[in-house]
Write a protein that binds this ligand. Structure first.
Ligand code: IPM
Ligand code: MG
Length: 358
C-alpha cells in the first residue's frame, strides 16, 4: 500500500535516541489513525564523516526532493571541525530544499516547568517564524591574512525582497489561521523583529512588512528591535502571538524561547517550504556528553514528529500526539524536560505512547 516516504537522519550524539522515540510515536499513530509510510535512512552525521570522509552529496539533495518529509535527530560531533557537518546536513537541507520557513512554537505546558515566576501556560504561548534561507547564514565573505596582525573577517547578510516577502506572508497567514482556530479571541498579532535602528539595510524588512500587511487588515501589526524583543520575552511573554524575524535573530531568540518552555529538551521546529518536502527536528544539539545514556528528554523530537504530521495533512494524528504531550506535561508526572528529570528517554517515550490512546 502506498504511503508517505520519510527520510530519517538520526545523526550524532543523542540524535538517534531521541529520534527513535519520535519514530515509535509515528508508528503508533499510523496504526491508530490509519496511514502508511516508509522510512528511508540516511547516515549523514559527524561520526559518518569521521568514518568515511563523506558529507552530503549533491545527488542526495536531489533525492530528498522526492520524499514527503525528513526527520532529523541532531548533528554535531566534538571531533569534527565546528560547522562542517552542520552546514552540510542541516543547512544542506534548508538551502537545498529551499525551506524558507523555520517554524518554532514556544509553549509552556505547566508553570512548574518554566523559569519565570508567575508566568504560566496562558502567558507563554507564541510562535517564532524564522527566515531560513537568507541573512548571515548565506555566509558571503571570508577571512584574509589569517594568523597575521592584519587578519580580517568579512561576512555579508543577504535580504532579498522576495525572501522577506514570502516568509512575512507565511507569518501573516499563520497568525490569521491560529487566531481563527481559537475563535478569534484574542485576535492575531504579528511582531516583526529586526535591528534597523543600527543595521539600516534591515529597513527592507519593515518596508516589506508594511506592504504585505495591507492584505491582512485583521492581523494587528507590531514591531520590535531584537534587543528589546529579548527583554519583552522575559518581562511580558504574554504579549507575543507570532514573531517573524531574520535567520540569525530567529536562531538566537528561539533558544531563549526554548528556555521559557522549560528547556531545550522540549523545543521543536519545522523547516518548511509549503507544499514541498520539508524537514522536522528538535531544536537542541547533539549533546555528546549524554549520548547513549538514555537520560535526555525526547519530547522535542516527538513534538517535531507532530509538526511533520501537520505538514503531511495528518491533522488527527498530529492533534493526537500534541494532546498526549500536553496531557503528560500538565499532569505533573514529568518534573522537568532536561536530562535531570529522573525519567529515562525510553520511559518518557513510553509515557507518550500510553497517552496516545486516551
Ligand atoms: C538551530 C541550530 C543551527 C542553526 C546550527 C546547528 C547550524 O542552532 O537549528 O537553531 O544555527 O540554525
Ligand atoms: Mg539554534
Amino acid at each position: 500500500m502506498s504511503g508517505y516516504k520519510i527520510g530519517v537522519i538520526r545523526g550524532d550524539g543523542i540524535g538517534p535516541e531521541v529520534l527513535q522515540e519520535g519514530l515509535n510515536v509515528l508508528e503508533a499513530v499510523a496504526a491508530l489513525d490509519g496511514f502508511h509510510y516508509e522510512l528511508v535512512d540516511y547516515p549523514y552525521s559527524g561520526s559518518h564523516y569521521l568514518e568515511t570522509g563523506e558529507l552530503v552529496p549533491e545527488s542526495v539533495i536531489e533525492e530528498w526532493k522526492g520524499l514527503d518529509a525528513v526527520l532529523l535527530g541532531a548533528i554535531g560531533h566534538p571531533d569534527v571541525e565546528p560547522g562542517l557537518v552542520e552546514r552540510s546536513v542541516i543547512l544542506g537541507l534548508r538551502f537545498g530544499l529551499d525551506l524558507y520557513v523555520n517554524l518554532r512554537p514556544i509553549k509552556l505546558y505547566a508553570e512548574s516547568l518554566g523559569p519565570l515566576k508567575g508566568k504560566g501556560p496562558d502567558d507563554i504561548d507564541f510562535t517564532v517564524v524564522r527566515e531560513n534561507t537568507e541573512g548571515l547564514y548565506v555566509q558571503i565573505g571570508g577571512r584574509k591574512s589569517v594568523g597575521t596582525p592584519e587578519e580580517m573577517a568579512i561576512v555579508t547578510g543577504v535580504y532579498t525582497w522576495k525572501g522577506c516577502e514570502r516568509v512575512i506572508r507565511y507569518a501573516f497567514e499563520f497568525a490569521r489561521k491560529q487566531a481563527a482556530a481559537r475563535g478569534g479571541d484574542p485576535g492575531a498579532r504579528l511582531t516583526l523583529v529586526d535591528k534597523a535602528n543600527a543595521i539600516r539595510p534591515h529597513q527592507i524588512w519593515q518596508d516589506v512588512f508594511d506592504q504585505v500587511a495591507e492584505d491582512f487588515p485583521d492581523v494587528e501589526r507590531d514591531h520590535q528591535y531584537v534587543d528589546a524583543c529579548c527583554m519583552w520575552m522575559i518581562k511580558n511573554p504574554e504579549w507575543f502571538d507570532v514573531i517573524v524575524t531574520t535567520n540569525l535573530f530567529g536562531d538566537i531568540i528561539t533558544d531563549l524561547g526554548a528556555m521559557l518552555q522549560g528547556g531545550m529538551g522540549i523545543a521543536a521546529s519545522g523547516n518548511i517550504h509549503p507544499g514541498q518536502t520539508s524537514m522536522f527536528e528538535p531544536i537542541h544539539g547533539s549533546a555528546p556528553k549524554y549520548a547513549g545514556e538514555n537520560v535526555v528528554c525526547p519530547l522535542g523530537a516527538i513534538a517535531a514528529t507532530a509538526m511533520m504530521l501537520t505538514h503531511l495533512g495528518e491533522d488527527a494524528a498530529a492533534a493526537r500526539v500534541e494532546g498526549a504531550v500536553a496531557r503528560l506535561l500538565e499532569s505533573g508526572r514529568i518534573p522537568s524536560v532536561d536530562a535531570r528529570s529522573g525519567i529515562s528517554t525510553s520511559a518518557m517515550g513510553e509515557m507518550v505512547l500510553a497517552e496516545l490512546e486516551t
